[in-house]
Design a protein around this ligand. Structure first.
Ligand SMILES: Cc1ncc(COP(=O)(O)O)c(C=O)c1O
Length: 355
């Protein structure tokens, strides 16, 4: 593996910027991209020189392994702008580590830090005008890797493409989120790829997600594949349950993505003196808590949505509505996390990294 430094990343600038054509007040998540993208190919058993160039489509052979065998992984992270116009990343080291864990699980080459973190900083520096000030405004960062080697034989590719694309975003979810608890379908299994941020984990959810949407639910809370009795995570969020005064969230496992927001919420909550237990919550326990009134809150936690309160859940065709509460722990923790991300509160954890 060669050792590219950030200085070695070549930049070909776009001749003009499309930024003035973008309506930053009315963005739908993930549809608009900035002027540039980063590309770095892996071939001849080593990473080549990364390049930042104007955002544009590219050609790949129709027999490329990504199309046939799904060797594709990604990350999702955000950049924030503070009141002094400085741009910040939130725990990028965690995304870097997780990306390479996904790479190993999908038999793909690990990406060196100089390319992943160095590349992120370099492209963000170039696109800093796309990071808008003000809470709720972010630039969503999508590093990803695909297998571009050709040949329809079911074996790992020898050629890969690592890329970073950037998309200005506002808050992800709007409106009330009602969830349905998975009783038949699964997103992950022991020994599978659930803990990797692999493209196939998401396509596997689309059909059950569609069925849930048709029934009026925005998300599914997945349960363990073997027994469907343990609550695990939602589409792109880890899930927390507040029962009495304790927050519960499933422990990370080979079926659950090790969310950066999840671990930050656990640390933040503990610092605030809130009791947190990382242990499996049983569906029966949740139903019982909903019935006897000890279930206070359910919320999802993830980069895109930050924290998303859930208003009710359905299980075995019965819908359980959560109580309306005034001092929601979800919103209190969300505010604290956002204050750190936007540099409005002291970052005692050392999570924020300046670009
Ligand atoms: C399956 C899944 N679980 C949880 C999360 C939350 O992880 P993070 O907080 O790192 O965004 C995500 C989003 O990345 C996800 O795709």
């Amino acid at each position: 593996m060669n050792t590219n430094t950030t200085e070695e990343i070549e930049i070909i600038r776009a001749t003009s910027s499309k930024i003035d054509t973008v309506d930053f007040e009315n963005l739908t998540f993930g549809n608009v991209f900035t002027d540039h993208m980063l590309i770095c190919d892996f071939k001849d058993n080593k990473w080549q020189k990364p390049i930042i160039k104007p955002y544009e489509p590219f050609l790949i052979d129709p027999s490329a392994k990504v199309f046939h065998y799904g060797q594709a992984i990604f990350e999702g992270m955000k950049a924030y702008k503070d009141d002094n116009d400085d741009v910040w990343l939130f725990r990028p080291d965690q995304n870097f580590i997780r990306f390479n864990k996904s790479a190993v699980r999908l038999a793909m080459p690990e990406v060196p830090e100089e390319i992943f973190i160095g590349g992120l900083k370099k492209i963000l520096d170039l696109e800093r005008n796309w990071v808008k000030k003000g809470i709720g405004n972010t630039l969503y960062l999508r590093p990803f890797m695909i297998a571009i080697g050709s040949g329809v034989i079911a074996q790992p590719s020898t050629q890969y493409r690592f890329m970073i694309i950037l998309s200005p975003a506002r808050s992800y979810y709007s409106g009330e989120v009602k969830v349905i608890i998975a009783e038949h379908y699964s997103r992950a299994a022991n020994g599978g790829i659930g803990a990797a941020k692999a493209a196939g984990n998401y396509s596997a959810q689309f059909y059950p997600q569609k069925l849930a949407n048709e029934k009026g639910f925005q998300q599914i809370i997945w349960t363990d594949d073997a027994t469907h009795t343990k609550l695990e995570e939602a589409g792109t969020m880890n899930v927390f349950f507040k029962i009495n005064d304790t927050l519960y969230t499933a422990p990370v496992s080979e079926r659950i993505l090790d969310g950066v927001t999840r671990k930050s919420i656990v640390d933040l909550a503990r610092k605030e003196g809130i009791k947190v237990e990382e242990r499996s919550v049983l569906v029966d326990e949740l139903v019982a808590a909903a019935k006897d009134g000890s279930l206070k809150e359910i919320f999802g936690a993830g980069t895109a949505a930050v924290i998303n309160p859930i208003v009710g859940f359905s299980y075995q065709d019965t819908y359980y509505e959560l109580p309306k509460i005034e001092n929601s722990t979800a919103l209190e923790l969300k505010q604290k996390l956002i204050n750190i991300q936007y540099k409005l509160a002291e970052d005692t954890f050392g999570w924020t990294v300046k670009v």
